[in-house]
Design a protein. Structure first.
Length: 207
C-alpha cells in the first residue's frame, strides 16, 4: 500500500515537472513572436516607476511603442499602470510624458491610471478601446511576458497581436531564467483560473 502511494506521488511529481517544462518551453518560443503589422493602437503594459522615472524595463516598453508610432505602425498609444507604492504619479502618466517629449501629440495618447496588475492593465485598456471604437491593437511588454499577456487579452476580448520589446533590459541568462520560471508559474495560475471560471459559468447557466 505504502509503495503504491509513493509510486503515485513520484508519478505526479514527474508529470508536474514535465508539464512545467513544456509550458516554459512554449512561453520561451512565444517570446520570439513579433507581429510586424499595422493596427489602430498599441497597448503598453505598465511596469515600475521610481521618483517619477520609469524603470529600464518600462522605458524599453515605452520606447518600443513610440517607435511603432513613428514608423506609422499604430495611430494611438494606450499606456496602462496606476500609482505605485510611495509614488505620486501613475505609471501611465510617466509614460505619457515621455511620449509627449518624443513628439507624440497629446490627443493620440490615452492612459489608464488605476490598474496594478497585468489583468487589470488589460481590463482598463479594453474599456478604452471599446469607448473609442478601436478595432485592432498591438500589445507591448517584455518577450517572456507576452504569452500570458496575450492569453489574458484574448480571454477579455481584446483584438490584439503580440509586439514584444526588442531591447528588453532582461538580458542575462540568470534574469531570463528567473523571469521564465515566474511567468510559467503565473501562466499555470492563469490556466487553472480560466478553467475554474468557465466551469462556474457553465454551472450557473445550466441551472
Amino acid at each position: 500500500m505504502l509503495r503504491n502511494i509513493r509510486r503515485i506521488i513520484l508519478l505526479l511529481l514527474i508529470a508536474s515537472v514535465i508539464t512545467f517544462s513544456v509550458l516554459a518551453g512554449s512561453i520561451y518560443q512565444f517570446s520570439k513572436k513579433n507581429n510586424d503589422i499595422s493596427t489602430d493602437a498599441v497597448i503598453v503594459l505598465g511596469a515600475s516607476v521610481k521618483n517619477a522615472k520609469p524603470s529600464p524595463v518600462f522605458l524599453a516598453r515605452i520606447n518600443h511603442a513610440i517607435s511603432l508610432y513613428k514608423n506609422k505602425k499604430i495611430k494611438i498609444l494606450i499606456f496602462t499602470g496606476g500609482v505605485g507604492l510611495n509614488e505620486k504619479l501613475a505609471e501611465a502618466e510617466v509614460a505619457r510624458k515621455i511620449a509627449l517629449d518624443a513628439g507624440v501629440p497629446y490627443e493620440k495618447i490615452y492612459i489608464d491610471q488605476i490598474s496594478t496588475s497585468t489583468r487589470e492593465n488589460l481590463i482598463e485598456a479594453h474599456k478604452i478601446i471599446k469607448k473609442f471604437k478601436i478595432e485592432s491593437t498591438l500589445i507591448v511588454s517584455d518577450p517572456l511576458h507576452m504569452k500570458r499577456a496575450m492569453a489574458i487579452a484574448i480571454e477579455i476580448g481584446i483584438p490584439a497581436y503580440s509586439s514584444p520589446t526588442q531591447t528588453s533590459e532582461i538580458k542575462s541568462w540568470g534574469n531570463k531564467s528567473k523571469m521564465l520560471f515566474r511567468e510559467t508559474y503565473y501562466y499555470i495560475g492563469f490556466l487553472y483560473s480560466s478553467v475554474f471560471n468557465k466551469s462556474i459559468f457553465r454551472l450557473a447557466n445550466s441551472e
